[in-house]
Design a protein around this ligand. Structure first.
Ligand code: SAM
Length: 263
């Protein structure tokens, strides 16, 4: 589990919010009582759920203290945040809407977890998830390439995961349908136009690069050398234009509804 930097993550907040908005647009709950956001991060998107469902009790759960500190700014009478590990989390009552956005890629072998979460839904309840599906994209492949080279390899063996971080859309559809849910699964490739210099490097500093930065935290010189070598490759793979840098980003979405008889 990497450390999290809320400020780095909040950069490109609009681009990161878009999949959440697209995901939640497919959740047709009208007046849920309990809404849970597992891996809520900075809580900004959790707060948007409170605006959509002002009468709901909304809980955001995350394991990162810095993220929860930022999330506390969004707390209110009906919006709470709590420290917790999503892999062991259990609700005190059935949940009407369970959301997990850009989290499960950090949780190895998460298909059985999804099946368990369906069991936490109230009859007619909704589960909505989104994960990146871009582990073979240059942004990640180049990171692994540099990590495999001398002198980084000795420090970074096993630090970065690959395409097996997430499952294929059909696997999400299957596991959720097998729990008796109606399922709505899709994938999208966003073409983000990122402003600023070193835009893709700035993007991954908030997410995918965190495990490398953590692993090299005790050796700033090596950390800088890694970022320089990786940044050079990113420049070639994602050229900056006068209008910005184009980042193609595939994402996988699944929305499941537990049948009203709870089956
Ligand atoms: C990429 S951020 C996404 C945050 C938020 N859902 C959003 O869309 O903005 C991933 C978040 O998942 C959290 N996370 C990852 N694994 C977790 C786990 N096992 N238990 C709790 N939180 C976890 C991290 O702490 C981080 O805040």
């Amino acid at each position: 589990m990497p450390s999290w930097d809320p400020a780095a993550y909040a950069q490109y907040a609009d681009e990161r919010a878009r999949p959440f908005t697209d995901l939640m647009a497919r959740v047709a709950a009208t007046a849920p009582h309990t809404v849970v956001d597992l891996g809520c991060g900075t809580g900004a998107l959790t707060a948007s759920l409170a605006r959509r469902w002002p009468d709901a009790d909304i809980l955001g759960v995350d394991s990162s203290a810095p993220m929860l500190e930022r999330a506390a700014e969004h707390a209110g009478p009906r919006v709470r945040f709590a420290a917790g590990d999503v892999t062991t989390w259990r609700p005190s009552e059935p949940v009407d809407v369970l959301v997990t956005n850009a989290v499960l890629q950090w949780v190895p072998d998460h298909l059985p977890l999804l099946a368990r979460w369906v069991g936490h839904l109230a009859p007619g309840g909704w589960l909505a998830m989104q994960v990146p599906g871009n582990f073979d994209a240059p942004s990640h492949a180049l990171m692994r390439e540099v990590a495999a080279q001398h002198p980084f390899a000795a420090r970074l063996a096993g630090v970065l995961r690959g395409a097996d971080s997430v499952a294929e859309p059909s696997s999400y559809a299957t596991v959720l349908a097998e729990q008796g849910c109606t399922v709505d699964v899709w994938e999208t490739t966003y073409l983000h136009v990122l402003p600023g210099p070193d835009a893709v490097l700035a993007w991954v500093r908030g997410t995918g690069l965190r495990p490398v930065l953590d692993a090299l935290a005790d050796d700033p010189a090596m950390s800088r050398a890694f970022v320089a070598a990786y940044g050079e490759r990113l420049h070639a793979a994602y050229p900056a234009r006068s209008w910005g840098t184009l980042l193609a980003f595939r994402r996988i979405f699944a929305v499941a509804r537990r049948t009203s008889d709870g089956g």
